[in-house]
Design a binder for this molecule. Structure first.
Ligand SMILES: Nc1ncnc2c1ncn2[C@@H]1O[C@H](COP(=O)(O)OP(=O)(O)OP(=O)(O)O)[C@@H](O)[C@H]1O
Ligand SMILES: [Mg+2]
Length: 161
């Protein structure tokens, strides 16, 4: 893949769901430790599709459902880690996350994938990547921003030739 990373940002066109999942798999295959990945974008732009692809490629075999009503679903993944998949669309107050113990999920081991992070501003710790999805006539556009040193390393690992 010949990608151009500038200012720790990268833009890609994902022409269909298969491409969306392939990108998620590529990221999962390069990621070992803890990581916080934000998934932003309008309704239906493919955030859950990406999360599902990531979780399956990380070693979880079962069904990955959308955690819209539970706010978060945990999945055991490879290397004795958990992947916590959040969907904060229906979050009322960021404090609700405190009540369900979500603070503990942001730790030195586990991966957190967070749909609708905008709903929990002030609660979430600094993220490693932000992925912003948008509709495009030919599928979806994605903008990936690496926000931490760990995030920058992963961006180079995944996208350098
Ligand atoms: N790159 C893509 N191109 C075209 N269609 C896609 C792409 N990625 C995902 N889709 C399709 O978009 C639809 C919505 O996907 P998905 O449920 O993952 O969106 P979402 O962002 O999680 O939505 P929500 O905001 O409701 O949680 C699905 O039918 C999925 O197959
Ligand atoms: Mg979703």
């Amino acid at each position: 893949m010949n990608n151009h990373i500038e200012h720790n940002e990268l833009f890609l066109l994902l022409v269909d769901e298969v491409a969306q999942i392939a990108l998620a798999e590529k990221v999962a295959n390069r990621l070992n430790g803890a990581f916080i990945l934000l998934l932003s974008g309008d309704l239906g732009t493919g955030k859950t599709t990406f999360a599902r692809g990531f979780i399956h490629a990380s070693g979880f075999d079962g069904v990955v459902k959308s955690p819209t009503y539970t706010l978060v679903e945990p999945y055991p993944i490879s290397n004795q880690r958990n992947c916590y998949h959040f969907d904060l669309y229906r979050l009322g107050e960021p404090e609700e996350l405190e009540f369900i113990g979500a603070r503990d999920y942001f730790n030195e081991t586990d991966v957190c994938l967070i749909e609708w992070p905008e709903k929990a501003v002030g609660f979430l710790p600094p993220a490693d990547w932000k992925c912003e999805f948008a509709y495009n006539k030919a599928g979806r556009n994605i903008k990936i921003s690496a926000l931490s040193d760990k995030g920058k390393e992963l961006m180079l690992l995944v996208f350098s030739n």
